[in-house]
Write a protein that binds this ligand. Structure first.
Ligand SMILES: Cc1cc2nc3c(=O)[nH]c(=O)nc-3n(C[C@H](O)[C@H](O)[C@H](O)COP(=O)(O)O)c2cc1C
Length: 157
């Protein structure tokens, strides 16, 4: 069973609804288990077990939320192997953000940190501070796309 880790933070619920929609999209494909984790609860073990990852955050002061940054801070060093390099290199990844002005700065911060982890970022969705049906659809499709990429990366086309 392939595991997909969805890590997110949400205070007023928009990013959380996006996370649920991505989960729904992933689960449209058979053979996937979703580990849905609030960032403060997400662990190194969750990340090590994952064949793909989705990361979501509200835009806070043009950056990701502190708990999401903390998740990255806690897991970065233990994922560096002297022999194999970054253990998350090429891990299929999608990103999702929400913000009063559209969530783009937070997305940029997630993209930058994804480079340090060497994730393979294959898509993203940004939302305003009010959730709508169109965003819901985009998130479901993003989840489907992530599952498809993981399937391809495992050679199960
Ligand atoms: C502390 C704080 C800082 C924020 N800073 C920004 C910001 O810099 N840019 C922006 O567009 N929205 C900003 N917002 C608005 C949130 O990003 C927005 O309400 C978002 O939709 C919240 O997501 P959530 O419902 O998942 O908590 C801020 C909100 C808070 C609480």
């Amino acid at each position: 069973m392939n595991k997909i880790l969805i890590v997110y933070y949400s205070q007023s619920g928009v990013v959380e609804r996006m996370a649920f929609a991505i989960k729904e999209g992933v689960e449209k494909t058979n053979g996937f288990e979703v580990l849905l984790r609030k960032a403060e609860e997400a662990s190194l073990e969750d990340l090590k077990a994952a064949s793909g990852i989705a990361v979501g955050t509200p835009d806070y002061f043009d950056y990701m939320a502190g708990t999401v940054k903390d998740f990255f801070d806690r897991t970065f060093y233990p994922l560096q192997s002297k022999i194999r390099g970054s253990l998350t290199a090429n891990l299929p990844c999608v990103l999702f953000t929400s913000g009063g002005t559209g969530g783009e700065p937070a997305l940029a911060s997630l993209k930058k940190i994804s480079m340090a982890f060497r994730f393979k970022v294959i898509g993203s969705v940004t939302s305003g501070a009010r959730f709508d049906e169109e965003i819901l659809e985009k998130c479901i499709l993003l989840g489907e796309k992530l599952a498809e990429e993981v399937r391809k990366s495992k050679g199960n086309t």
